[in-house]
Design a binder for this molecule. Structure first.
Ligand SMILES: Nc1nc2c(c(=O)[nH]1)N[C@H]1C(S)=C(S)[C@@H](COP(=O)(O)O)O[C@H]1N2
Ligand SMILES: [Mo]
Length: 561
C-alpha cells in the first residue's frame, strides 16, 4: 500500500481533517522550542545573580533596546504606558521571544541541526549584547553561556521527545486506518496484532514528552522566580545596610495648610506618597549606589574643581522644599507628575564653590549610569529658586527608583533637563558645546514647564448620579510661575472660574474644585484651562509632547443619569 493515509470516519479522524491533525501534532514541537528558550533565559537570569545585572541577557537586551529605540517610540512608550513602560517592554520582548522560540521548535521537527544552529545564533547575539553593555565585564558572559548550554540540551531532549510523539501518533493512526506507517518495517504492517504495540508506544512517548515538558516548565519557572526573589532579597539587604540617616533640615518647608486640598475624593493627595510617585528613566535596572561610594564632582568651565562626598553633604545646612516634578512626555490629562517635600542642599551654593567661568551658560549633569541633562546655569544659580541636590523625599532617603542616594530637583523645568537621579557629576559648560540624552533625541535644549491643568473628577466616561450639583475637580500647575486661576466649562458653555486650593508655593501644583448646578441628564463634556501668574492662559491648541511638552486643554466626557 503506497497510498497516503486517508481519513476513515469513526476510526482515525475523530472528526478532524488531516491538516488539523498536522497542526495539532506541531504543538509539542512549538512547546519544545518555547520551553528550551525559557530554560535558557531563566537559568541565565538565575546565574546572573552571581554577577552584575548586565550579565542577564534579558536585562541587557532590554537596556539595549531602550538605547537604540528611536525617540518617537520611546516617547510613545512613556506617554502611553507611563511608569509601566518597562513592564510593557518586557512583555513585548516575551511575546516576540516566544514566537521566535516556537518557530525554532517547529524548525527542529524538520531539521534538528538547523534549529540548534539558529538557537545558538540567537545565543551568540545575546552574548554580544551582554558584552557590549558599558557596565559589563568579560565574566558577565558566563550566565548566557550556561543558560544557552542548558537551553540547547533542552531543545535536543524536548524536540526528540516531540518527534517520538509525532511518530508514535502517526504509527497508531496508520494502524487504525489499516495502513502501514511509512517508517515501520513491512512485516509489522497492517496486522491487527500490532495495534496494541503502536498504542503502547504512543502512550509511552506521550508520557515521555509530558514528563520532560513538566520538568522543563518547572526548571524555567523555578529559575525565573528564584532568580528574581534572590534579586529582590539582595537589593533589600544591600539598601538596608547602606541606608542613609537624614539630618534634620536647617530650613523647614512651610507646613501644608488644610486648604491646599479641596477635599474631593479622586483628586490625588496634595503630597504624592513615594510609592505612588511616577517614575520615568532609561534605567532598566535601578542603579545601586551606596552613599559611602557616592561623590559629586563639579568640573568643566570653573575656576576650581570641587568634589563633595555624602558625609560632607549631610553636614551642610539642608533645606526642605515642596516641589512638583513633571515629565515633558506627559500627555494632556496624564499623570506623569508628582509633588513631594524634598530635602537637599542648594546647587547654587555648590556651584559658587567651584566659581563658574563667565562664558559658561549650562550645567550638564550626569548620572552613575551615564544619563545626562542640560540645565541653564542661570536657573541653577538663581537666588530665588530652590534648585536642590536632594537626598530626602517626603521625610525618607530617596527611594532607589527616585535617585538614591542623591538627585537634582529643579522647580519650573521638566525632569528631562533638570531632575538627574543617581547624579554624580556636574559639568559646567555651554549649550553650544554639549548636548544631553534627550536633546540628542530631538527634544528642546531648554525645558520650562508650560501651564497645564487636568480634570481628576469625574473620571472620563463616568456615569454621575443627577443631583443638585455636579462636582468637578482636579489639579493645575505652572511651576515657578504660579497658578492665578483655573476655569472650566460645561459642553460649549461659558468659562466659569473655579475655587482654588491654597497656594503652598509657586513651585507646587494646586488643586481646584467647581460645582455646576442643575445639569440635565444625558451626555456632557467638561473642559479645563489654567491661567498662570504671568496671565498666560493654557492654549487649546493640541500638540504632541515632542519637542517641548504636549499642549491642549483637558476635556472629558461623562453622563448624568
Ligand atoms: N539618571 C536619570 N535621571 C533621570 C532620568 C533618567 O532617565 N535617568 N529621567 C528624567 C526624567 S525624563 C524625569 S521626568 C524625571 C522623573 O523623576 P522620577 O522618576 O523620580 O519621577 O527624572 C529625570 N531624571
Ligand atoms: Mo521625563
Amino acid at each position: 500500500m503506497t497510498e497516503t493515509v486517508h481519513e476513515t470516519p469513526g476510526t482515525a479522524g475523530r472528526g478532524s481533517s488531516r491538516p488539523a491533525r498536522r497542526r495539532r501534532r506541531l504543538i509539542p514541537h512549538l512547546i519544545a522550542g518555547v520551553l528550551a528558550a525559557a530554560i535558557f533565559l531563566g537559568v541565565a537570569d538565575l546565574v546572573s545573580q552571581l554577577f552584575g545585572p548586565a550579565s542577564s541577557p534579558l536585562v541587557s537586551l532590554g537596556s539595549t533596546i531602550i538605547t537604540l529605540s528611536p525617540s518617537w517610540l520611546q516617547d510613545f512608550a512613556i506617554s502611553y504606558f507611563g511608569s509601566n513602560n518597562k513592564l510593557v517592554l518586557y512583555l513585548s520582548m516575551g511575546v516576540v521571544g516566544m514566537i521566535l522560540a516556537a518557530l525554532i521548535g517547529a524548525l527542529a521537527r524538520r531539521s534538528l541541526r538547523l534549529a540548534v544552529g539558529l538557537f545558538s545564533a540567537v545565543a551568540v547575539l545575546l552574548l554580544i549584547v551582554v558584552l557590549l553593555r558599558p557596565e559589563s565585564s568579560p565574566l558577565d558572559a558566563l550566565p548566557t553561556l550556561v543558560g544557552a548550554g542548558l537551553g540547547i540540551l533542552s531543545l535536543l531532549l524536548l524536540s526528540g521527545a516531540a518527534t517520538g510523539l509525532t511518530r508514535a501518533a502517526e504509527a497508531a493512526q496508520a494502524d487504525r486506518a489499516g495502513s502501514a506507517p511509512l517508517d515501520r518495517p513491512a512485516d509489522t504492517r497492517g496486522a491487527a496484532a500490532t495495534r496494541p504495540s503502536t498504542e503502547d508506544e504512543r502512550a509511552h512517548s506521550r508520557r515521555r514528552f509530558l514528563g520532560l515538558a513538566a520538568a522543563g516548565t518547572a526548571i524555567a519557572a523555578g529559575s525565573i522566580t528564584f532568580g528574581r526573589s534572590v534579586n529582590a532579597l539582595g537589593r533589600e539587604a544591600g539598601s538596608a545596610a547602606a541606608r542613609l540617616v537624614l539630618p534634620s533640615p536647617a530650613v523647614r518647608a512651610a507646613a501644608i495648610p488644610a486648604g491646599a486640598s479641596v477635599g474631593v475624593d479622586g483628586v490625588p493627595a496634595f503630597i504624592t506618597p513615594n510609592n505612588d510617585f511616577y517614575r520615568i528613566d532609561t534605567a532598566l535596572v535601578v542603579p545601586e549606589l551606596a552613599p559611602q561610594d557616592w561623590t559629586l564632582r563639579i568640573h568643566g568651565l570653573v575656576e576650581e574643581e570641587v568634589t563633595i562626598d555624602m558625609d560632607e553633604l549631610l553636614d551642610l545646612p539642608l533645606q526642605e522644599h515642596h516641589i512638583t516634578l513633571a515629565c515633558v512626555s506627559n500627555p494632556v490629562g496624564g499623570d506623569l507628575l508628582g509633588n513631594a517635600t524634598w530635602l537637599g542642599y542648594p546647587i547654587r551654593e555648590l556651584l559658587a564653590r567651584a566659581r563658574p567661568l563667565s562664558e559658561a551658560d549650562m550645567v550638564l549633569s550626569r548620572s552613575i549610569d551615564g544619563w545626562t541633562a542640560s540645565t541653564p546655569l542661570e536657573v541653577l544659580t538663581d537666588e530665588d529658586r530652590a534648585c536642590l541636590l536632594a537626598v530626602g523625599m517626603n521625610g525618607e532617603p530617596l527611594p532607589a527608583q527616585h535617585g538614591y542616594p542623591a538627585r537634582m530637583v529643579v522647580p519650573g523645568l521638566y525632569g528631562y533637563v533638570s531632575a538627574t537621579k543617581w547624579v554624580t557629576e556636574l559639568e559646567v559648560t555651554r549649550f553650544d558645546a554639549e548636548t544631553a540624552y534627550w536633546t540628542d533625541r530631538g527634544w528642546d535644549a531648554e525645558g520650562p514647564i508650560l501651564v497645564a491643568s487636568r480634570i481628576d473628577v469625574p473620571r472620563p466616561l463616568a456615569r454621575v448620579a443627577s443631583g443638585e450639583e455636579l462636582v468637578v475637580a482636579g489639579s493645575a500647575w505652572a511651576q515657578h510661575e504660579g497658578i492665578e486661576a483655573v476655569e472650566v466649562r460645561l459642553d460649549d458653555g461659558d468659562w466659569e472660574a473655579v475655587e482654588l486650593g491654597d497656594e503652598v508655593s509657586i513651585d507646587t501644583w494646586r488643586q481646584w474644585r467647581h460645582a455646576f448646578a442643575d445639569v440635565d441628564s444625558g451626555r456632557h463634556s467638561v473642559t479645563v484651562r489654567a491661567i498662570n501668574a504671568a496671565g498666560e492662559t493654557q492654549t487649546d491648541e493640541r500638540r504632541d509632547p515632542i519637542p517641548n511638552a504636549a499642549t491642549g486643554q483637558h476635556r472629558i466626557e461623562f453622563s448624568v443619569e
